[in-house]
Design a protein around this ligand. Sequence first.
Ligand SMILES: *Cc1c(COP(=O)(O)O)cnc(C)c1O
Length: 388
Amino acid sequence: MDFSNEINNLKQRGLYRELKYFESQQAPYNTILGRKVMVLSSNNYLGLCNDERIKKAVCEAIHKYGVGSGGSRLLSGSFEIHKKLEQKIAQFKFCQDSIIFNNGFMANLGVISAICDKSSVVFCDRLNHASIIDGIRLSGAKLVVYKHCDVLDLEKKIKRYNNGRGLIVTDGVFSMDGDIAPMDDIVSIAEKYGLLTMVDDAHATGVIGKKGRGTSEYFNIKGKIDIEMGTLSKAIGSEGGYVAGKRDMIDFLRNKARSFIYSTAIAPHNVAAAIAGIDIIENEPQRIANLRKNSQYIKEALGLNMRCRSEASSLVDVSGITPIIPIVIGDAEKALNFSSSLLEQGIYIPAVRPPTVPEGESRLRLTVTALHMIEDLKRVADIMRKIL
Ligand SMILES: *Cc1c(COP(=O)(O)O)cnc(C)c1O
């Protein structure tokens, strides 16, 4: 392969990706190449990446357990703190048990490839995260894509392809669009046709639902989604992935999920950070309230229509507002230029281009966190409207 040719090709199409490096901790303000920037693209929704209490919990865990786990979970890398976190996630999610992975990507690969095989059919929203798609491919299952959040199309496809060994999988909050999957309807359809359901709550945990417990709490369908997957790396502020559900399903995953079995266990201090993060989410509901206030403010200030289906339903509830605001530009190069103009004004929102989003849907993915100040958001909205 001629790599330099491939890279030039990407550059010509506006699809070349470049790393930008922060010079201090994840926060509303940071520094890139010596320039102070306001960050409006982080998944640190509740501001927990650098909470002093969590840092302290991490230091204590390092003193007690060291910096690496030294083994895979089933051999010599399980510590009591892993079990403590798994129980805590189960309790937070109102599930019987949970299993943790090194990250959300590995959780999706592990769970889907363990539960599905060549004889399965997986019904997958068109805009699901890449790790879900890769998990389905790895499993060898038949992949059936349905239109984004469209339960009529989903049912049509189920009627056509269901063979009795099926799974419906969807992002809870869509990572690049910020809308919410109609999970109540999806669960009803799954029950009607005898299918398993799985939700990826990477951007829903700590964000939607009265207490930030995610999609099942938002729709009040606790215990009805078979597989509740999520990450510890977004609102929870640490790293790691999890799957929560019924005891037997989790036990099965401990025996069968290859990304769980054949990888060194997540380091104890990251586990400690996640435990401390969930504690804060449970004890400080004002963080979620603030996140919603900021999300709503920026959407209104930008004059964007909210796109969540759930907001049109009887479930109207401020929690239907998510902190992910897609500003769809279309052309990749134009999105890049918009992002550069903002950076010149000290605002950091990188452009998201294909294949992360569909062709022709390049965008700025703006996110707010609980820690942003309304005055700052107002300034950003003014600048953005001017450039647009
Ligand atoms: C971020 C993300 C993941 C992956 O989680 P990591 O812990 O970052 O690996 C999976 N699914 C969705 C929808 C995500 O946004």
